[in-house]
Write a protein that binds this ligand. Structure first.
Ligand SMILES: Cc1cc2nc3c(=O)[nH]c(=O)nc-3n(C[C@H](O)[C@H](O)[C@H](O)COP(=O)(O)OP(=O)(O)OC[C@H]3O[C@@H](n4cnc5c(N)ncnc54)[C@H](O)[C@@H]3O)c2cc1C
Length: 314
């Protein structure tokens, strides 16, 4: 384990203000480094994403997060405090039996706020897309001793100018709002998870207090890998029509109560197994959920472990 302050005055660029990038930044700052995060979006969180939509706040990426690891639990609760809430309602399997629950947590104000809370005090340049990561290095005329990309590997490999060699699994997502509180079976369960059906995951956001406007029921649907691959290139505006009937059947929702719908394309949603990146040029690094598992907690741990255990050549 490197000693504290051993990176004093060394400069790091981190691409991506998702959970991995933020954890890596925090760890490197703790070792004395000067760190700048570059984030192409307006907000933080990456795939731990939330949206203000039709007067509701909806998590359209990560639905909840676990806090099994002590280091993550300590960091998340210190940053989020009483805004972190535990999901009380069950997640059902394909036979409507409750799945085991080791603690499913969400942020009261939208899961992307967890990232914002964890990033407090860090230097983040939002709406800044890095095209050529090598150009950030001092050796190539930039300002940084090291560049760390936390963008999914297909994007990172493009920025780094190396072969992609590794694919990510897409996910077609749909948000549906219905007029009427707690319609159909929504009081009975937070979510239904069925990995063998086209409707792989569907969840009722009403179980997250304060998120859904009074008088509505909001459902988030995530489709299976096969279904997502088949339909991904259609315009997202067409996704709700492909998905609605399946959701309404599963949750016993009255079709006539539909108030609004939205499709979202996650082209690089997750990885199927941990990935070992190829040897990268000096000063270039890759970190992210792909090194462990596609989960919020694992993304944070990947960034945290990288920052605390890597010995950086000067
Ligand atoms: C639909 C869906 C559902 C999920 N459900 C869950 C769940 O319920 N529970 C759970 O624990 N996990 C879930 N996950 C997984 C979880 O969201 C991810 O594993 C985790 O958020 C990944 O974090 P990361 O920091 O590794 O990557 P990301 O969150 O992808 O962060 C990378 C960041 O890099 C930025 N970036 C990319 N390219 C550039 C560039 N050129 N310049 C600047 N910035 C760039 C991106 O905008 C992004 O903010 C889900 C993911 C998806 C997509």
């Amino acid at each position: 384990m490197p000693s504290s302050n051993d990176l004093f005055s060394r400069s790091f660029a981190i691409i991506g203000a998702g959970l991995a990038g933020i954890a890596a930044a925090r760890g490197l700052v703790d070792r004395g480094a000067e760190v700048t995060l570059f984030e192409k979006s307006r907000g933080y969180g990456g795939r731990c994403a939330s949206k203000r939509w039709e007067n509701h706040v909806v998590d359209h990426g990560a639905q909840y997060f676990t806090m099994r690891d002590e280091a993550f639990r300590t960091a998340a609760t210190a940053a989020g405090g009483d805004a972190l809430l535990r999901m009380e309602a069950p997640v059902l399997d394909e036979n409507d039996a409750p799945l085991p629950d080791s603690g499913r947590w969400f942020h009261r104000d939208g899961n992307s706020r967890l990232a914002r809370d964890l990033a407090k005090g860090l230097t983040v340049r939002t709406e800044t897309t890095v095209e050529d990561a090598r150009g950030l290095l001092k050796a190539h005329g930039g300002n940084f001793d090291h560049v760390i990309s936390t963008a999914p590997w297909p994007q990172t490999s493009r920025m780094f100018g190396v072969e992609p060699t590794f694919d990510c699994i897409p996910c077609l997502a749909v948000l549906l709002a219905y007029r009427g509180d707690w319609l159909g079976r929504t009081r009975d369960a937070y979510a239904i998870s069925d990995r063998h059906s086209e409707l792989a995951w569907s969840a009722c956001e009403n179980h997250k207090p304060g998120r859904v406007a009074d008088g509505f029921t909001v459902i988030v649907a995530h489709m299976s890998e096969a279904f997502s691959r088949e339909h991904l290139e259609r315009p997202p505006a067409e996704y709700p029509a492909l998905v609605r009937e399946k959701v309404e059947e599963r949750w016993k929702l009255p079709s006539v109560a539909i108030a609004a719908s939205l499709g979202h394309r996650w082209r690089l949603a997750r990885t199927s197994s941990p990935f070992t990146p190829p040897q990268l040029a000096p000063g270039m690094h890759f970190v992210g959920d792909a090194l462990r598992r596609s989960r919020v907690e694992d993304a944070w741990l990947a960034g945290h472990d990288f920052a605390h255990t890597t010995s950086f050549a000067s």
